[in-house]
Design a protein around this ligand. Structure first.
Ligand code: ATP
Ligand code: MG
Length: 231
């Protein structure tokens, strides 16, 4: 079974295709030691999100293997067990037509209110929630209160903080946020990723500078790797 506290990641010669005609990832190998952060950068369509999807096991690799804590995710653990130790913060968060509270505790029904509030504070969204008439019971999403892109992402960060996963997969938003929101989100993200094994598709220079290793992905291959100052 997986030890939920610390988890290293290893990609070993991974190849993958969505369709038989086109190989998307070619011989991708890298590792992320427990608690470290690897940033994926590269052109649109190069395969960055695909790497994340394979790690969350939306698809299985065609050849090679992906290990989490030394365990092959394709054959040696259940998808459920894998996903229980991974938190995902997508590029564009879609919230459920449910209360803020539901959206934060998603997957952890029965979480203590105090923990939900602590997570919301960590994501810097608590004060905003308290301005709504129904506070944590406010319905959000398509048929409820509309939140901005930055606010939605902070709800996703709060959800991830509450889950406290060993691994975080973060697809940074490309959309421009105002400088103030940007800085707040960045602080929340930094807090979230401290001591957690993180794979981030990075667009922000600050994320790239802070990463322990940067992988440059091009046409499904890692063409360069190193620290920011080396590249
Ligand atoms: P971006 O920076 O634009 O998000 P990316 O590096 O994340 O790009 P991927 O989403 O990994 O790129 O896509 C890599 C390649 O796989 C692209 O050529 C894309 O068209 C293709 N692709 C992605 N998803 C699918 C899918 N579900 N079915 C078929 N092809 C796909
Ligand atoms: Mg992508």
């Amino acid at each position: 079974a997986l030890e939920a506290k610390e988890a290293g990641i290893e990609f070993k010669n991974v190849t993958f295709k969505y369709t038989p005609e086109k190989t998307i990832l070619k011989n991708v190998s890298f590792s992320v030691p427990p608690g470290k952060t690897v940033a994926l950068v590269g052109p649109s369509g190069s395969g960055k999100s695909t790497i994340m999807k394979l790690l969350f096991r939306f698809y299985d690799v065609d050849s090679g293997s992906i290990l989490v804590n030394g365990v092959d995710i394709k054959s040696d653990i259940t998808q459920q067990s894998l996903r229980s130790i991974i938190g995902v913060v997508p590029q564009d968060t879609v919230l459920f037509n449910q209360t803020i509270k539901y959206n934060i505790q998603y997957g952890r029904i029965g979480a203590a209110d105090a923990d939900i509030i602590e997570a919301a504070k960590g994501a810097d969204i608590h004060d905003r929630i308290m301005t709504f008439a129904q506070q944590y019971e406010t319905t959000v999403g398509e048929r409820g209160l509309r939140l901005s892109g930055g606010e939605k992402q902070r709800v996703a960060i709060a959800r991830t903080l509450l889950k406290a996963p060993a691994i975080i997969l973060l697809d940074e938003a490309t959309s421009a946020l105002d400088t103030h929101t940007e800085r707040n989100i960045q602080e929340s993200l930094n807090k979230m990723c401290v001591n957690r094994t993180t794979v981030v598709v990075a667009h922000r220079l600050s994320t790239i500078i802070n990463a322990d290793e940067i992988l440059v992905v091009k046409d499904g291959e890692i063409v360069e790797r190193g620290r920011h100052m080396d590249l």
